[in-house]
Design a protein. Structure first.
Length: 223
């Protein structure tokens, strides 16, 4: 009995000296898999956040430059000749699609003696502009849905690790017949770590997603 007490006290002392990394390394395979999954989610989320931030900055800057050049330009032909300077501008790509469709219709109309340009031609131009707008919106909004996925699933993945850690703690209690700190500490530590990592992955993803949604709405109005 004295030996068991001494072993428990020794385990408590060791547990108190154990840092987070040691707790992770001593955790079970299921908990390690949960932590690796959450870590992968977090890395991908931050990669998307940084890339989208850079992309939106470029789009906003180039849209502003394109509008300045557009209103200063003497003609549509002159503006189209400089369109390659604004590859990152969503407005420039919409203008390019509309101009190419207008040029195609004008060339076809010059060969045709009919008078169908006013109705059918305008409808074709509108269709080309809508398609180009949808393409640009899809390009700007691409991959951000992953942030919403991480924000909604990461806490539940962390909760799974939490439940598993608590189960481990109860299994240790059943195996040893004691409910001391040395027995339940490993399982509880696993539970707390997975909960914390799940929240750490979800919170930035949700905040970034809401931020980008507001920016996308602004870009939609500009387009």
């Amino acid at each position: 009995m004295n030996y068991a007490n001494a072993a428990q006290q020794s385990a408590i002392k060791i547990g108190l000296k154990t840092d987070v990394w040691d707790l992770v390394m001593q955790s079970g395979m299921i908990v390690k898999f949960v932590l690796l999954t959450l870590l992968a989610f977090s890395i991908l989320s931050w990669a998307i956040i940084l890339s989208k931030k850079v992309q939106l900055s470029k789009v906003t800057l180039m849209n502003s430059k394109f509008l300045d050049s557009f209103w200063k330009s003497g003609s549509l032909e002159t503006m189209f000749s400089e369109i390659e300077k604004f590859k990152d501008s969503s407005l420039a790509q919409v203008f390019k699609a509309g101009y190419l469709e207008l040029q195609r219709i004008a060339e076809g109309h010059s060969k045709d003696t009919g008078t169908g340009f006013a109705s059918g031609g305008i409808e074709n131009i509108n269709r080309a502009l809508r398609k180009a707008t949808d393409n640009e919106i899809s390009r700007i909004e691409g991959r951000t849905s992953f942030l919403a996925t991480v924000g909604s699933t990461a806490p539940f993945i962390g909760l799974f690790g939490t439940v598993w850690g608590i189960m481990t703690a109860f299994q240790n209690i059943g195996a040893t017949g004691a409910a001391s700190l040395a027995v339940v500490a490993p399982g509880i530590s696993e539970a707390l770590i997975t909960t914390a990592v799940g929240l750490a992955a979800a919170i930035p993803a949700v905040m970034a997603y809401n931020y980008f949604v507001g920016k996308f709405k602004k870009q939609d109005l500009e387009i």
